[in-house]
Ligand binder design. Structure first.
Ligand code: NAP
Length: 338
């Protein structure tokens, strides 16, 4: 008999990949989704696992709901992927972000503590917690400096996981994951916004797109591989925290240039700051414009992870690097729009 796993945030990018991964390992997978008037199971459908996951209406804002779920379905492993995960929105909805992304973790841990303290718990922490980075590259020991309500909420989630581990002996692991993308990434996130817009431009459905800070650098990996590290953490003899990253940083500008390269266009940049425009080198048509509307009130300039601990202790290593990731995303968006 396979183990039982419960995943919050099953409708999200990582939820879908993790469900697929655990099903392939023989797990019985329960997926929690919050009630909406129109469910969004497209990612599970796209991966062909929609019918294999047992979907449960579970909201991490409701502790009783979590307790009853754990009591009834008896998960041995719980993956808390649910979050208000979009940094820009967190500046507009900081309280809601705190309720879901921060206190939601305590609700989960309380349910674990009450129902079965033996449940292994994974918390989806984020490189955004490093924010205004205190050293480069960032490791598990780098001091944190969050720069958004989202990052501050994630930092709370991280420390409460550490605290329940130390106070109540809960097997809680915090995975400090650097940006990870895929064709299943939400359309509002910068990478997917670019791959979707470039595909539209290719098919003549759109002329240009607008973007915020182009020189922000991120350590971008492939979500399908990053969820494997989440599972690996829970298979170790003792619970610990791990940085998961690729060890390479690339700018948003590079992401744009490489996406256009894939459809045979070269970008020429002119102007500075909010005036900057990227145009087609052949036709001179503007394809990318900066819009300060997309600037963050407090920007995170550079995130670069050192995943030595994950490599040596978990045996985890990224296989897909930046250029291949861009290509996977743009190719899928071209197919979708065909
Ligand atoms: P995502 O696609 O935005 O998924 C977030 C999930 O949380 C969605 O399924 C969402 O449901 C769910 N959710 C939101 N509020 C909820 C609530 N009150 N109750 C139950 N579920 C709720 O994010 P992702 O990219 O898969 O990331 C997974 C986790 O890793 C998140 O916690 C994210 O913050 C964290 N993380 C991500 C990255 C990255 O680069 N992707 C990096 C570091 C950490 P709806 O579909 O209903 O909105």
């Amino acid at each position: 008999m396979g183990k039982n796993a419960f995943i919050t945030g099953i409708t999200g990018q990582d939820g879908a990949y993790l469900a697929q991964f655990l099903l392939n390992k023989g797990y019985k997978v329960y997926g929690g989704y919050r009630r909406t008037s129109s469910p969004n199971f497209w990612r599970l459908e796209e991966l062909g696992v929609f019918k294999d996951v047992e979907l449960l209406e579970v909201d991490i804002l409701d502790t009783g709901n979590l307790i009853r779920t754990f009591d009834r379905y008896k998960p041995e492993e719980v993956y808390n992927l649910a979050a208000q995960s979009f940094v820009a929105v967190s500046f507009e909805k900081p309280v809601l972000t705190g309720e879901i992304t921060a206190i939601g973790v305590t609700r989960m841990l309380e349910a674990v503590r009450i129902v079965n303290p033996g449940i292994k718990f994974y918390q989806a922490s984020s490189s955004e917690m490093f924010g205004k980075v205190q050293e480069v590259p960032q490791t598990e020991k780098t001091p944190f400096y969050p720069r958004s309500p989202y990052a501050a909420a994630k930092l709370y989630g991280h420390w409460i996981t550490v605290n329940y581990r130390e106070s109540f002996n809960i097997f809680g692991c915090s995975g400090i994951l650097f940006n990870h993308e895929s064709p299943l990434r939400g359309i509002e996130f910068v990478t997917r916004k670019i791959s979707d817009a470039v595909a539209r431009i290719h098919y003549g459905k759109q002329e240009f797109f607008e973007i915020g800070s182009m020189d922000a650098k991120r350590d971008w990996g492939f979500a399908k591989e990053f969820v494997e590290a989440q599972w690996m953490m829970l298979q170790q003899p003792a619970p610990e925290d791990y940085v998961v990253a690729t060890g390479e940083a690339h700018s948003v500008r590079e992401f744009i240039e490489h996406s256009f390269e894939y459809i045979g266009k070269k970008i020429v940049w002119k102007g500075k700051g909010p005036e900057e425009i990227g145009s087609d080198s052949k036709t001179g048509k503007p394809l990318v414009k900066v819009n300060p509307k997309f600037f963050r009130p407090a920007e995170v300039e550079l995130l670069l992870g050192d995943f030595t601990k994950a490599r040596t202790r978990l045996g985890w290593e990224p296989r897909v690097k930046f250029k291949e990731l861009v290509e996977i995303m743009i190719k899928r968006d071209l197919d979708r729009l065909k």
